[in-house]
Design a protein around this ligand. Structure first.
Ligand code: ASP
Length: 585
C-alpha cells in the first residue's frame, strides 16, 4: 500500500491515527530544530514535521529532499501548533516516523507554484510540470466536470453518444483541411474532419433521432490567440425539430452546465436578430453585460456643413456614462485607439455633456449647442456623460465602433468575468460574398437551410436570403452555432449551385449526402459548442490553451514533443511522397 490517505484528506478528526502518504515535495523548510515539508498531490497539500530531537537521522534526511522529489512517508497525525486556515488540511500535520524516496527530481525549470516564474513557452515545453500547478489542475478539473455534466444532461434527454471517423474527406466548415496521405492508396489522401457535420446528418437519416459527441475537430487555419488547430466540440443533432426546439434544448444544457459546474444561475437567453446585433452593437457576438448601444446620428448630424459626416454612409455614436470629465489626453488616447490599423477609423468626434449642463465638442464650429443637445438627447445622455462618434462606410464603422464600445466597457469596468449574459443571435445571412474568389460562401455551411419565406430570393437576390441558423453568445464570445438543415435533395442541389459548385463537383464531394437524402431524410437540425472556449469562459479566462492539457502554441507547434517534425525517407517512400528541395531565392 503506497498510501492510506491523499494529501488533501486529513483533518482534526484524524488526529492520533497512523497514516501513510505519498506525493511530491512542494517545499522544504529547515528551521534548525524542526524541518517541515509540504507534501503535494492532486488533492492538496499536507505538512510533514521532522524533529531533530526525536529523530536526528530522519530529520537530516528530510532536509535533503529537493523540490518535486516523490516521497512516501509514514507517521502520526498531530494537531498543528500554528494552524493554517488557508488550506483544508491546515489544522494538522504529520509527525513522520519513516521516509522513503520513490523518485528524485532535478530542479524544475520553473517554480511549481500558483504564481510561477516560468514564461509561457518554457511552461509549454515542460507541460507535464506546468500541469502540476493548481491553476491548470483546476482548469482540467473544470473541463472534466463540464464533459461529465454534458453527458449526464444529454443522456437524460435521450441523446445517444456516437463516434464518427477521423479519417474522412473534406468537410466544408470554411477552413483548410489537414490531410493524411494514404500508404495503401498511392496518391490519395484522407482529410481530418473540420467537424462531424455530414456524419451527424447521416445519423439522422439513419433514424437515430438525437445524437451527440464530445469530439475533436481539425482546422488548418492561421492561428489567433484563441484558436487551436485541433479543438473539441460538443456536437449535437436532432430530428423532427424546428429552431425553437433546438434553442430550448441547448439553452437547457447550458443553464444546467453553469449551474452544476460553477454554481451560476444563467438568466433566460435573449434573442436578437443578426441585423439588430450589427446595427446596435456592430458585432454578431455582442457582449450584453453592458448597454452602450449604438445610436445612429445621420439625421441629426448631416447637412450642417461638417464634410466628414456629410460624406459618411453612417454616423454612429455611443454614450459613455460619467466620462464628460475625460481630459484632452484621455480623448487623444481613445482617438489613437480607434485609428490603430487593426481598427482603422479615420478619427473620432466627441461631445461632452458637462455636469453644469453646458456642452463642449470638437466640432463646435459646425454645430450649435442646440444641435449637439439633440444628439445627446437621442443618445439618452445625462449631464456628466460623453458621446463618442465615428463615421464612414457602414460595416467598417460598425466594426470600429464595436471595438470602441468594448474598450469603453473595459475602462468602465463593465465586463465583469463573474457575470454571464447569454443570448441567441438568429437569422444570419445565408450567404456572404467573397471579394477574393468572387463567389458566394455559405456563412455557416452549405447544409444550412434558408428561412422558408426568403426562399424565392435564392436566385434573384441571394445575399438577402436569411438562414435558419443561430449562434449562442455569452459575454461577447461565440460559444456555439448551428442551424436547421436542408433535408431535401433538390434544395441542397440549389444551394450548391448558389455556391458556384458544378453538379459534378457537388456529386464528387458530397454525393453520399445527396444520395442519402433520396432514401427518406427527416427534417433535422443541430448545433456544436466550442468546448475549449466554454471551459475557458466558465473558468473566467480568455486563453483556451489553459484549458487544454497538451495544446499547441500560436505557431501550431507542440513545443513539448517538438511537432510537427520531419519523417524518415522510408516513411515518405511508403507514402509515395517526395519533398522538393527548397530552391534558393
Ligand atoms: N458543424 C458546425 C460547426 O462546426 C456546427 C453545426 O452546424 O452543427 O460549426
Amino acid at each position: 500500500m503506497y498510501r492510506s490517505h491523499t494529501c488533501g484528506e486529513l483533518r482534526s478528526e484524524h488526529i492520533d491515527q497512523t497514516v501513510k502518504l505519498a506525493g511530491w515535495v512542494q517545499r522544504t523548510r529547515n528551521l534548525g530544530g524542526m524541518t517541515f515539508i509540504d507534501l503535494r498531490d492532486r488533492y492538496g497539500v499536507t505538512q510533514l514535521a521532522f524533529s531533530m530531537e526525536q529523530n536526528a537521522d530522519l530529520c537530516e534526511k528530510a532536509r535533503k529532499m529537493g523540490r518535486e522529489f516523490v516521497i512516501q512517508i509514514e507517521g502520526k497525525v498531530i494537531e498543528r501548533s500554528s494552524k493554517n486556515d488557508n488550506i483544508p488540511t491546515g489544522a494538522v500535520e504529520i509527525s513522520v516516523y519513516s521516509l522513503n524516496v520513490l523518485s528524485k527530481s532535478e530542479v524544475p525549470p520553473f517554480t511549481i507554484e500558483d504564481d510561477t516564474d516560468g514564461g509561457e513557452e518554457l511552461r509549454m515545453k515542460y507541460r507535464y510540470l506546468d500541469l502540476r500547478r493548481n491553476p491548470l489542475k483546476n482548469n482540467m478539473m473544470l473541463r472534466h466536470k463540464l464533459a461529465i455534466e454534458t453527458r449526464k444532461y444529454l443522456d437524460g434527454q435521450g441523446f445517444l453518444e456516437i463516434e464518427t471517423p477521423y479519417l474522412i474527406k473534406s468537410t466544408p466548415e470554411g477552413a483548410r483541411d489537414f490531410v493524411v496521405p494514404s500508404r495503401m492508396h498511392e496518391g490519395q489522401f484522407y482529410a481530418l474532419p473540420q467537424s462531424p457535420q455530414t456524419f451527424k446528418q447521416l445519423l439522422m437519416v439513419s433514424g437515430y433521432d438525437k445524437y451527440f459527441q464530445i469530439v475533436r475537430c481539425f482546422r488548418d487555419e492561421d492561428l489567433r490567440a484563441d484558436r487551436q488547430p485541433e479543438f473539441t466540440q460538443i456536437d449535437c443533432e436532432m430530428t423532427f425539430v424546428d429552431r425553437e426546439d433546438v434553442l430550448n434544448t441547448f439553452e437547457g444544457l447550458t443553464k444546467s452546465l453553469f449551474q452544476n459546474t460553477i454554481d451560476v444561475q444563467l438568466p433566460d437567453f435573449k434573442r436578437m436578430t443578426y441585423d439588430d446585433a450589427m446595427r446596435l452593437y456592430g458585432s454578431d457576438k455582442p457582449d450584453l453585460r453592458f448597454g452602450m448601444q449604438f445610436i445612429e446620428l445621420n439625421d441629426l448630424s448631416q447637412n450642417k456643413g461638417f464634410k466628414v459626416f456629410d460624406s459618411a454612409e453612417l454616423v454612429v455614436g455611443i454614450c459613455a456614462k460619467g466620462c464628460a470629465n475625460y481630459s484632452r489626453k484621455d480623448l487623444d488616447k481613445l482617438t489613437d485607439f480607434v485609428k490603430r490599423p487593426q481598427i482603422g477609423a479615420k478619427g473620432m468626434v466627441w461631445v461632452k455633456y458637462n455636469e453644469d449642463g453646458s456642452v463642449k465638442s470638437a466640432v463646435d464650429k459646425f454645430y450649435s449647442e442646440e444641435d449637439l443637445k439633440t444628439m445627446l438627447e437621442k443618445a439618452d445622455a445625462q449631464p456628466g456623460d460623453l458621446l463618442l462618434i465615428l463615421s464612414g462606410e457602414t460595416n467598417h464603422t460598425r466594426k470600429a465602433m464595436n471595438e470602441l464600445r468594448l474598450e469603453m466597457g473595459n475602462r468602465l469596468g463593465l465586463r465583469d468575468p463573474k457575470k454571464f449574459v447569454p443570448l441567441w443571435v438568429v437569422d444570419f445571412p445565408l450567404l456572404e460574398w467573397d471579394e477574393e474568389t468572387e463567389r458566394y460562401h455559405a456563412m455557416h455551411h452549405p447544409f444550412t437551410s434558408p428561412i422558408d419565406e426568403d426562399m424565392e430570393m435564392i436566385t434573384s437576390a441571394p445575399e438577402k436570403v436569411r438562414a435558419n441558423a443561430y449562434d449562442m453568445v455569452i459575454n461577447g464570445v461565440e460559444i456555439g452555432g448551428g442551424s436547421i438543415r436542408i433535408h431535401d435533395n433538390e434544395l441542397q442541389q440549389k444551394m450548391f449551385d448558389a455556391l458556384g459548385f458544378t453538379k459534378e463537383e457537388a456529386q464528387k464531394q458530397f454525393g453520399f449526402l445527396l444520395d442519402a437524402f433520396k432514401y427518406g431524410a427527416p427534417p433535422h437540425g443541430g448545433i456544436a459548442f466550442g468546448f475549449d472556449r466554454l471551459a475557458a469562459l466558465a473558468g473566467g479566462r480568455d486563453n483556451i490553451r489553459e484549458f487544454i492539457a497538451f495544446p499547441k502554441n500560436n505557431a501550431g507547434r507542440d513545443l513539448m514533443i517538438d511537432s510537427p517534425s520531419t519523417v524518415s525517407k522510408d516513411q515518405l517512400e511508403e507514402l509515395h511522397l517526395k519533398i522538393e528541395e527548397k530552391k534558393e531565392e
